[in-house]
Design a protein around this ligand. Structure first.
Ligand SMILES: *Cc1c(COP(=O)(O)O)cnc(C)c1O
Length: 406
């Protein structure tokens, strides 16, 4: 894995200078985010769209950074609607997710979202009534839960088995007929987001091939197939947190281009990616408070913890840890350390077996790959610790946002 970039290190050390309290903070490198997103977008085959699934990280500076680059945003709640509206650059967005409120559907219809992804038969009826009342024709994608082979499975399957997401293929004719029957709805496409954490480009390509094989059958269910133009293939591109096995995105895109070229009638393919866009730009920094041994194991007890950065505990992995000593030239032995936070629970472990050279209280530990599903999936108020500081680099972005504890 790469080293800590010089400007991020400088920003971390500068922030520590400004604040005497032990550090627990997130740093987001917005230039790195923009450059990564441009690379991801540029590799896509001609005509394929890139939306950002903002649930991975919906902080306003990240959205403002991504908005000029991506084709749109994928939103899944009323709160996310508000975030997208606050964005400086107006981009199309779509509303998906289970359990949408009437108020959220009303908001989305009034805002003329590019699409609503309907996830159940009854949601089709509710949306149709709302769009009718507002005198609009709402573009709709039907989310499908296709029958999937075991070969496609990852740890976070969201389709191919019983799930609250989407509509089974067996019910699809009925769902399409219901949309077609409502003048206030226009079926524009289908949506499949079958899994998250897909680390194998090869397996993800097989999944794409499967969707594209099914596409003509799905499209043919409509009364007016030629108006059904889009296939949203979801997100789910994985990030290898513990190794250096980067998902081969350029290779994946080239092979996808070949798959699309082989089709007689290709759909407009749309990705809605979260993790793979925002993971790389974020760092969680913890200050070592104490170092101790217990029953032969070496522990580093650090400011903050899994209530601020729940990702490693949620995914059950040992997060990579970089050591920023307070005094350079530390001599002393290497040990394997277990890095924990301040919570009174044995689950507050960020990483085990990290070989570090003589870490001491006052040193900083930097946990990279913290830009997606980091702070925003955490339970920051547990034990009433202060919230972490959030820093957005470079300095022209809002520099420091410290949320008050409630
Ligand atoms: C979470 C989610 C995504 C993004 O998934 P990533 O694994 O972060 O790329 C995309 N679409 C839907 C419907 C989701 O629920």
């Amino acid at each position: 894995m790469a080293d800590l970039a010089g400007h991020v290190r400088t920003a971390i050390l500068d922030a520590r200078e400004r604040d005497a309290a032990p550090m627990a903070a997130f740093f987001y490198d917005l230039d790195a985010l923009a450059s990564h997103a441009r690379t991801v977008k540029a590799a896509l085959p001609e005509g394929v769209e890139l939306y950002y699934a903002i649930k991975a990280n919906s902080d306003t500076p990240l959205l403002n950074t991504l908005a000029p680059i991506v084709d749109g945003f994928e939103l899944s709640s009323g709160g996310e609607l508000d975030r997208a509206e606050a964005c400086r650059v107006d981009k199309p967005w779509l509303l998906s997710g289970p359990g949408k409120l009437d108020s959220e559907l009303e908001h989305a219809v009034a805002m003329q979202v590019s699409a609503v992804h309907v996830e159940s038969l009854s949601e089709i009826d509710r949306l149709a009534a709302i769009a009718h009342t507002k005198g609009r024709v709402q573009p709709v994608f039907i989310r499908i839960n296709p029958a999937l082979d075991d070969a496609f499975s990852t740890r976070l399957n969201m389709a191919g088995r019983a799930s609250p997401f989407g509509i089974d293929e067996a019910q699809l004719p009925e769902a399409v007929a219901r949309v077609d029957a409502r003048p206030s709805l226009a079926l524009q496409g289908f949506h499949v987001h079958a899994m998250s954490h897909q680390k194998s480009a090869e397996r993800h390509l097989a999944l794409m091939a499967f969707y594209l094989t099914r596409w003509p059958e799905w499209q043919a269910l409509s009364r007016t197939p030629s108006s059904v133009t889009h296939l949203n293939v979801g997100g789910g591109i994985g990030v290898d947190y513990t190794g250096s096995d980067l998902f081969d995105w350029p290779g994946f895109c080239r092979a996808l281009a070949d798959q699309l070229d082989a089709l007689e009638h290709r759909p407009v393919v749309r990705f809605e990616i979260g993790r793979f866009l925002s993971a790389f730009c974020g760092y969680y920094v913890m200050e070592v408070l104490d170092a101790k041994q217990s029953h032969g194991e070496h522990f580093l007890i650090c400011r903050g913890g899994t209530h601020q950065f729940r990702l490693p505990a949620a995914q059950n992995h040992d997060h990579p840890v970089w050591h920023l000593p307070r005094q350079m030239a530390t001599t002393g032995p290497w040990h394997d350390w277990t890095v924990v936070g301040q919570l009174c629970t044995p689950k507050d472990v960020l990483s085990r077996r990290q070989a570090l050279k003589n870490p001491r209280p006052g040193d900083l530990l930097v946990l990279p790959l913290a830009g997606a599903y980091g702070y925003n999936i955490s339970h920051a108020d547990f034990l009433c610790h202060p919230r972490p500081a959030l820093h957005y680099l470079p300095a022209h972005a809002p520099q420091r946002v410290t949320e008050a504890s409630p």
